[in-house]
Design a protein around this ligand. Structure first.
Ligand code: F0G
Length: 456
């Protein structure tokens, strides 16, 4: 059968409030043209993020009822810890309330002013946490990542030659860790190959630098390896995941992505002494080491979600349904990052709106128009997000101008995606009339969350 079906039935629904185009014109203006400032009930299809927005399963909800809320040594903690160890294989597991808390603790113990952290592409919170410690967050994406049309299967890869150069130049004295983000969220949701992960491991080991993985979408990345990397066709996805982490010294994870949970995360390492220092910060900022800012029921939901996410039927549906949207956009000639990534569709705002200068934020303008057209909320990944150097205050165009439409797991159906496609098509028709934006007010760090805009 060719028809993609959602491999689940729906037994509880959340109504969507429908708004008119006129209402949305007013609502987005009231939100200072920043979709983050909209009330969720005024959004029809919310593609702002796939983080914490997944639908949990009957099993996960049942597990929540078993949540043990003991302060120390809860049953939920052991179930969580054992599941994480089973899949990720690290000796030390530190629960946190979400991914950025794990990053904050990790960089808190490892980064000092002037240190350099190479990554294929830092996610915004990862970058901000490195920079907050005075470090330099260095992106080293492979050459194909910058070519939106290239159908290279692993555009999330790191540029190994560039990594070797940086490592040779600065060494372990200045590079506290090397990180790779799977899948590469800010680079278009593209996967990283096993071969690339092995190479990063080789470079890191040779230089005596710890290698960490930002594991947020590890299951999607593993399934891409199964589908695209020769030699893995017949390997179980869970074994691919285990092999990935076997090359690393630790990981950070947001359970809000590939664990179907609404909240949660963790930090892992094989270094007991480091873990000891990390737990001391954890106690200060998150909580006791057996719950780390999470309720027992959250730990149980994550334990179930981590197992469910590796269901290959689910993962095939997930990748196919994202590809469905990308394929139709390509067919219509609408510029989009290809091949399809796992968790999101990335419209290429630079080519969608070529008449808008990068410093007038084409991605933001597209986000605003898509909301007005169909009540669809996405997020700019471009100059608003990455264009400002917080240290110098200098603003320059980002490498890519994208509008990300992230797809929550198991939440929207194929007909919702058809609606999204129709709305994008309508904005495409009237693209020449879309105007750029200017920032009226914004903070220095992570400005995209709260910046206020006006139309030029
Ligand atoms: N790393 C990556 C690659 C991410 O995508 C995110 C979050 C984080 C770290 C931080 O995790 O939100 O649990 O603190 N990404 C979300 C997104 C917010 O919309 O892509 P968190």
């Amino acid at each position: 059968m060719k028809t993609i079906i959602e491999p689940f039935r729906i037994k509880m629904v959340e109504p969507i409030k429908l708004t008119t185009r006129d209402e949305r014109e007013q609502l987005i203006e009231n939100a200072h043209f920043n979709p983050f400032l909209l009330a969720a009930e005024d959004v029809i299809i919310d593609l702002l993020t796939d983080s914490g927005t997944s639908a949990m399963s009957a099993e996960a909800w049942a597990a929540m009822m078993r949540g043990d809320e003991s302060y120390a040594g809860a049953r939920s903690w052991y179930r969580f810890r054992d599941t994480v160890k089973d899949i990720f294989g690290f000796e030390q597991v530190i629960p946190t309330h979400q991914g950025r808390a794990a990053e904050h603790i990790l960089f808190g113990v490892m980064v000092q002013p002037g240190f350099i952290v190479p990554n294929n592409t830092h996610f915004d919170t990862t970058r901000a946490n490195v920079e907050y410690k005075g470090g330099v967050a260095l992106d080293l994406p492979c050459a194909e990542a910058g070519d939106i049309d290239s159908d290279y299967p692993f555009k999330g890869n790191m540029d190994i030659a560039a990594l070797e150069k940086v490592v040779a130049e600065h060494g372990p004295e200045k590079i506290p860790l090397i990180m790779v983000t799977i899948t590469n969220n800010s680079g278009g949701g593209q996967p990283v190959s096993m071969a690339n992960i092995r190479e990063i491991c080789r470079v890191a080991k040779a230089a005596g630098i710890p290698f960490y993985i930002d594991a947020c979408r590890f299951a999607e990345n593993s399934q891409f390896i199964k589908r695209r990397e020769p030699g893995f066709e017949n390997t179980a996805t869970i074994d691919i995941a285990r092999e990935i982490f076997s090359y690393a010294d630790g990981c950070t994870m947001s359970a809000k992505k590939d664990a179907f949970a609404n909240i949660g995360g963790f930090l892992c390492t094989n270094d007991a002494e480091l873990a000891h220092r990390e737990r001391n910060i954890l106690i200060l900022t998150e909580g006791f080491p057996t719950y780390g800012g999470l309720a027992g029921r959250d730990l149980d939901a994550i334990a179930v979600g981590l197992c469910e996410i590796l269901d290959e039927n689910y993962l095939n549906y997930r990748l196919d349904s994202t590809r469905y949207v990308v394929d139709r956009l390509l067919k219509a000639g609408i510029p989009v990052v290809a091949p399809a990534g796992g968790h999101a569709v990335y419209l290429d705002a630079a080519r969608f709106l070529p008449h808008i200068d990068p410093l007038q934020y084409p991605g933001q303008a597209l986000a605003v128009e898509l909301y007005i057209e169909g009540g669809i909320r996405g997020v700019e990944i471009g100059t608003v997000m990455f264009g400002l150097d917080p240290h110098t205050g200098e603003e320059k165009p980002a490498r890519l101008e994208l509008l990300r439409l992230a797809i929550p797991r198991r939440v929207y159906t194929q007909s919702h995606m058809d609606y999204v496609l129709e709305a994008i098509g309508q904005v495409w028709e009237r693209r020449n009339d879309v105007r750029g934006m200017r920032i009226v007010e914004a903070p220095k760090f992570l400005r995209h969350f709260t910046a206020k805009f006006e139309r030029i």
